[in-house]
Every structure is written in structure tokens, then in C-alpha cells.
Design a protein around this ligand. Structure first.
Ligand code: C2E
Ligand code: CA
Ligand code: CA
Length: 677
């Protein structure tokens, strides 16, 4: 999995997903608003129109009703007028009859306007003949009346013909008015029905449109939800992976380990946890810059991928620490074989353009279920195995050993105490004089560290210096000591120098020289009062860097001494190359000067060598007068040892100076000269 994560892979823009969703929602709302407005406007217009139509229809209906009544009345009046005219023979009745006839005709005309044209036409067809006959009869009756023949007029009006014709017309007229009424009623009904249909359609449209919108919106929201989920998965994946290498990060590793452990417990499988720490990574990083450092880490991730199975867990645990979890179910895949493969792969040179980089790796192994059953414990135990691997040199593997675990946790506790001790000022300087063997005058004081531990008592450097070196505390410890020593130096004669131990690891620290100078400056101690002691280990690990540091120290005005000479590689080329100011002959030769003739030969050779190189010498561990004499005879100029004084605190040294001050000559103002103790 880790290989597929690319660190530069960018996040899906969650903001844009949300924005798109909002846009969709807004669009839907806007559409809904527009549709609703249109619908409302349509409904309103329809309402207005149909109510106007209804009003009109109701009007016509009322009109038809009224006309029907009026027609009936007019007919009766007409009948009455006809009969009255026939009875009385008065012209006024005739006139009235005529008027009423005109009135009736007008009303019928009016009523026929309220019916469909065909009906009106039918009415006209139906009544045409009868009307004509009536008109003719009326004319005859009128003539009869005018000539005084009332009886014949009456006979006409009472006659069967007149009665049947008027009945025909009346029936047709009734039919007409009935049709007219029915037509207007039908129109009203139709209008109402249409209203219902329109309302129904509007409702259907609203529901349909709403459903459609809802579907669109919810599918849009579903898409957004999908994209957001995808984005979230990617965010989680990125959060779980180390951005530089793309491997799992610490949190993801613990998660994955818990899952694997649960599975392993269920299927009785064995797992191995490999803690991989790069060797020589820090100098590569310091020297070539972080860009190259980053490239190296990426390459490590790629190579881990290459030499492991896809299913193996790979994580970047810290700066240059990686964790690998492998399944040991398959007998051939032992943890040790995997560790060796990893070391081998990482030891192969890496090329970045013209730059070739060589690193290595140390591996600590812990196994499930043998060593521990929880992820934290397994990591802790792999780490403690790694610590041992590192201690025993580069490119090594160590498998967790319970017997050594206790010592390790003790060491871890001590490391924490040391950290606190440094900041609380528990680390204090002791001073041991370096004297001229001939006159026994103090040349310099070697600063030797002591830890005034609150519960463990006064601890010597063998108990904590290597711990300080391994845990990166040596830097702060050195600076704290130098600060205290600078203040003490103000109490000592100004030509006494300070011999100051710098651990091999510190050579790699770019800030070493500037920091030393800053402390000296702050305390107003001139750099030429400082003599820096380096052991051969510092030179062996990184000769080029050691040369740089030595030159820088010397350029700043300090002197540099090669400490413990004869115990390590004792390469003559270092001596020639590095231009030391002084060589310290190791205690082991001094101690055996008397019993072992070889020691004398070696010391003699070292002295001859330093003479020819023009380098000063100091013999360490001088405990007896005899040793001092032998050394002096061999030509050694300076000595350090219990014979001249044990390491003591500044106050004690001051008291001794005060004690002897009365007995000696005034202090020589020259440097490196003689104050006898
Ligand atoms: P070193 O630099 O070789 O210091 C000399 C050691 O020899 C000191 O041990 C000193 O007490 C001891 N010594 C001196 N004269 C005699 C003698 O006549 N007989 C015997 N048997 N021993 C004698 P000490 O103080 O225990 O320091 C041990 C080592 O710890 C030092 O060895 C030095 O490498 C390291 N060390 C001490 N202080 C510091 C420090 O502040 N920084 C660093 N980096 N290393 C320190
Ligand atoms: Ca020393
Ligand atoms: Ca020494």
C-alpha cells in the first residue's frame, strides 16, 4: 500500500465539492421559485378569466331566465290583447296587440341570441310559417275589426288555427328559452369543470415538478456525498502516511499493527517487528543539506519496498527510523534474513545526479508472540534491540533479548535523569592538573565531568558519558560544563589553560565551534586558554570532518590535543595529517612502564615521533614518582596523574593555590608556565 501513496498527491478540493452542492441546491431552489411563480401567475390569470367568464355566463343565465319569464308574460298579454281586441273591437287593443307582438318578437330575438346559432335557426324555421300565418290572421282580424265584423275577428282569434299556431310558437319559444337556459347552465358547468381541471393540472404540475426537482437535487447531493466521502478517504490516507516517503506514519503503523496482531492471535501466526535505523544519515544530511537528506529517505522507502513483500508493513517511525512488520508464518522468511536483506540493500550506494551517498542501517528485531503481544511493547523491544545493534557497530542486527532489556530500561531511566540533571546543574566540572614533569608546574587543568546525582551519589563519566553521547545530550552537557569552567577560570592564574574533552559524536555537530566560541566570549575567556582534547575515534569515523573541525578550532585560537594515543588505531597518518598541538600517551602504557619493556619501547617511539613532528606530549595516569622519572628520562615533557593531583572541584584547587602561593616566586606572566602545586 505505501508505495501507491504519492507524497505530492493533492487533496480533492472539498471546498469546491461543497460549493458545487450549494450551486446545485441554489439552482434547484431558483428553478422551484420560477416554476412556482409561473404556476401562480397562470392560476391567477385563469382564475381571473374564469371568474369573468362565470360572471358573464351567470349574467346570460339570469338574462335567459328573465327573458323566459318576460316571453311567457308577453304571450299572455298578447293573448289577452287579441281577445280584448276581438271582444271590444277597440283600435287601442289592436295597437296594443301590435306593440306586444313587436315586443314579443324582440324578446324572442333576444332569447335566440343566447342559444347556439343552429338552435336559433331551427326556431326560426319552426315558427316561420306559423308566425306568417298568425300575422296574416292578425291582419285579417284587423281588417274585420276595422269593418266592424267583430264576430269574424273573434272567430279568428278563438279559432283552432290561431290557437294551434300560437301554441306552436309558444312551445317553440318555451323550447328556445329552455335551451337558452340550458346553454348558459352548461356553460357555467363547463367553466367550473375547466377550473377544476386547471387546478388539478396545476397541482399535478407542482407535484411532478417538485418530485423531478427533488430527484435531481438528491442525485446531485448523492454525487457530492460520494465525492466528499472519497475526499475524506484520501484525507485519512494522507493523514496516515508520511508525507515525504509515502510510507505509513507512526499512527497508521500502530493501527495496522493492532489489526495484524489480532489476526495473528486468531490464526496462531508469528510476526516480527524490525526497527530500522539509518547509519551515517546525520552527516549526509548535515553535509549535503536537507534536500539530499529527503532524497535519501525517499530512496530508503523505495528500497524497503523492493526487498520486502507488498503485504509487509512499512512505516517511517521518526527522522531516520523505519519500522517493518513481517509475517513469519512462512518458515523461509525469518526476521533475521529480512533484516540482513534490508541492511544489504540500504548499504548499496545511492546516486543523486553526480552525488554518491553511502549510508547503512542497523536493525533491532522483536517477535510476536515470543517477546510481546502489544504493538507498543513490540516496538519498544525492537527499539531496545536496535539500541544494542547500534552500540555494537554499524550495519548490524540484534534480536530482542529479555536479559538485556532490564539494563536497557535502566539506561532509559538514566537518560531521562541525565536530561533533567543537565538542566538542573547537577553536572559539575572537576579539574585535574597537567604539570611539567621536570618542574611540576601546572600547565593546564583537564576538565573532567562529574554528576552529582540526587540519589545515586557522585557519578564518574564512565556511568553517563556514553549515554550522553548516544542520546544527543553530550552537546548541552559540554556547553553547561564549559560555562561553569569559564567562571572557575577567573579564579585561577590567568596562564593556566583548560583542557576540554570533546566527544567523537560532537565532531559532526556544525554548531560545535561557534558554540564554544560564544561561551568563551560571553565569559570573556580568550580562546587561546582552551585546549580541546579529541580521541582517535573522532578521526576514524569521519576524517574529513575531523580535519575541518581541528582547523576551525585552531583558526579560532585554541589548541588541539590527541587524547588516549596508542589505544586506538594509532595511525601515524592521522598524526602527520591533523597537525595536533599535543599528544596524550595513554595511561595503559604508563601503568606498565616498569613491568613491560614493550611499553617503554612504545612510549619511546611515540616520544620520538612527536619530537620529529614538533608536537608536545603528556603522559596520562602517572601515579608514582618512579613513573614520572622514567617518563622524564624518556623525554616526556608533561604528565597528568594521581601523583600530581586527583580531579577536584574548583574550590579545592583554589585552596591549594592559596596554600602554596606564599612559598613560591611571583607568578610568571607567560603562558604555560609554572605554578607549582
Ligand atoms: P580521559 O580524557 O582520558 O581522562 C582521564 C581519565 O583518567 C579521568 O577519568 C581521570 O580521572 C583518570 N585519571 C587521571 N589520572 C589518573 C591516574 O593516575 N590513575 C588512574 N587510574 N586514572 C587517572 P575520569 O574522570 O573518570 O574520566 C574518564 C573519561 O571520561 C575521560 O577520559 C574522558 O574521556 C571522559 N570525560 C570526562 N569528562 C568529560 C567531559 O566533560 N566530556 C567528555 N566528552 N568526556 C569526558
Ligand atoms: Ca581527556
Ligand atoms: Ca586520556
Amino acid at each position: 500500500m505505501p508505495d501507491t501513496h504519492h507524497p505530492t498527491q493533492r487533496l480533492l478540493p472539498t471546498v469546491s465539492i461543497v460549493e458545487e452542492t450549494m450551486r446545485q441546491a441554489l439552482r434547484a431552489v431558483a428553478l422551484a421559485l420560477v416554476c412556482t411563480s409561473l404556476l401562480t401567475a397562470t392560476l391567477l390569470a385563469e382564475r381571473l378569466w374564469s371568474s369573468a367568464q362565470l360572471e358573464h355566463a351567470a349574467d346570460r343565465h339570469a338574462q335567459a331566465n328573465r327573458l323566459a319569464g318576460e316571453i311567457r308574460l308577453a304571450e299572455q298579454e298578447l293573448l289577452q290583447a287579441a281577445q280584448s281586441a276581438a271582444l271590444t273591437g277597440e283600435a287601442s287593443w289592436i295597437e296594443r296587440y301590435d306593440r306586444l307582438t313587436a315586443n314579443l318578437t324582440q324578446k324572442i330575438e333576444h332569447a335566440s341570441l343566447l342559444v347556439p346559432l343552429t338552435v336559433a335557426q331551427r326556431y326560426r324555421d319552426k315558427t316561420k310559417e306559423a308566425s306568417a300565418e298568425i300575422a296574416q290572421m292578425r291582419q285579417s282580424a284587423l281588417n274585420a275589426l276595422n269593418s266592424g265584423a267583430l264576430d269574424s275577428a273573434r272567430t279568428l282569434f278563438d279559432g283552432e288555427r290561431y290557437t294551434s299556431r300560437t301554441r306552436l310558437i309558444r312551445e317553440a319559444t318555451e323550447e328556445l328559452t329552455a335551451i337558452s337556459l340550458a346553454a348558459t347552465e352548461r356553460q357555467i358547468r363547463e367553466l367550473r369543470t375547466r377550473s377544476y381541471i386547471v387546478a388539478g393540472l396545476a397541482l399535478a404540475f407542482t407535484v411532478g415538478g417538485g418530485l423531478l426537482l427533488w430527484r435531481r437535487l438528491s442525485s446531485g447531493l448523492n454525487d457530492s456525498r460520494g465525492s466528499l466521502l472519497e475526499a475524506e478517504v484520501r484525507v485519512q490516507r494522507l493523514a496516515a502516511s508520511d508525507l515525504l516517503t509515502g510510507l505509513d506514519n507512526r499512527a497508521a503503523l500502530h493501527d495496522a499493527m493492532q489489526t495484524r496482531l489480532a489476526r495473528a492471535a486468531k490464526h496462531h501466526q508469528e510476526l516480527a517487528v524490525l526497527m530500522v535505523d539509518l547509519d551515517r544519515f546525520k552527516p549526509v544530511n548535515d553535509r549535503n543539506g536537507h534536500m539530499v537528506g529527503d532524497l535519501v529517505l525517499k530512496e530508503v522507502a523505495v528500497r524497503l519496498g523492493r526487498c520486502l513483500r507488498q503485504s509487509d508493513l512499512r512505516a517511517r517511525y521518526g527522522g531516520d527510523e523505519f519500522v517493518v512488520v513481517i509475517d513469519e508464518a512462512d518458515g523461509k522468511r525469518t526476521a533475521l534474513a529480512a533484516a540482513e536483506r534490508i541492511i544489504e540493500t540500504l548499504c548499496e550506494p545511492m546516486y543523486f545526479g553526480d552525488l554518491a551517498v553511502n549510508i547503512g542501517a542497523s536493525v533491532g528485531v522483536a517477535r510476536y508472540p515470543r517477546d510481546a503481544s502489544s504493538d507498543d511493547e513490540l516496538i519498544r523491544k525492537a527499539d531496545s534491540a536496535l539500541y544494542r545493534a547500534k552500540k555494537s557497530g554499524m550495519n548490524g542486527v540484534c534480536v530482542y533479548d529479555p536479559k538485556l532489556d532490564e539494563a536497557m530500561s535502566e539506561r532509559a531511566a538514566l537518560e531521562q535523569e541525565l536530561r533533567e540533571g543537565i538542566s538542573e546543574g547537577q553536572l559539575i566540572p572537576y579539574y585535574q592538573p597537567i604539570v611539567s614533569l621536570a618542574k611540576r608546574h601546572v600547565m593546564s587543568l583537564e576538565l573532567l565531568c562529574r554528576w552529582k546525582h540526587p540519589t545515586r551519589g557522585l557519578l564518574t563519566p564512565d556511568k553517563f558519558i556514553s549515554l550522553a553521547e548516544d542520546s544527543g545530550l553530550i552537546g548541552p552537557l559540554t556547553i553547561s560544563l564549559l560555562n561553569q569552567a569559564c567562571r572557575d577560570m577567573l579564579r585561577f592564574p590567568s596562564h593556566w589553560r583548560l583542557s576540554f574533552n570533546v566527544a567523537p559524536e560532537q565532531i559532526q555537530d556544525e554548531s560545535l565551534v561557534p558554540q564554544l566560541l560564544a561561551v568563551l566570549k560571553e565569559n570573556q575567556v580568550p580562546p587561546h586558554r582552551l585546549d580541546v582534547e579529541l580521541t582517535e575515534t573522532a578521526l576514524v569515523n569521519d576524517t574529513a570532518r575531523a580535519r575541518q573541525v581541528i582547523l576551525a578550532l585552531k583558526a579560532a585560537g585554541m589548541t588541539v590535543t590527541l587524547d588516549d594515543f596508542g589505544t586506538g588505531y594509532s595511525s601515524l597518518s592521522y598524526l602527520a595529517e591533523m597537525t595536533f598541538d599535543k599528544i596524550k600517551i595513554d595511561r595503559s602504557f604508563v601503568r606498565t612502564l616498569r613491568e613491560r619493556p614493550e611499553s617503554t619501547k612504545i612510549v619511546d617511539a611515540i616520544l620520538g615521533l612527536s619530537r620529529s613532528l614538533g608536537v608536545d606530549t603528556v603522559a596520562e595516569g602517572v601515579e608514582t614518582e618512579e613513573e614520572a622519572q622514567l617518563l622524564l628520562n624518556l623525554g616526556c615533557k608533561n604528565g597528568q596523574g594521581y601523583l600530581f593531583g586527583r580531579p577536584v572541584r574548583a574550590q579545592e584547587l583554589q585552596q591549594r593555590i592559596a596554600l602554596v602561593a606564599d612559598q613560591v616566586e611571583p607568578l610568571d606572566s607567560q603562558m604555560m608556565v609554572d605554578v607549582p602545586l
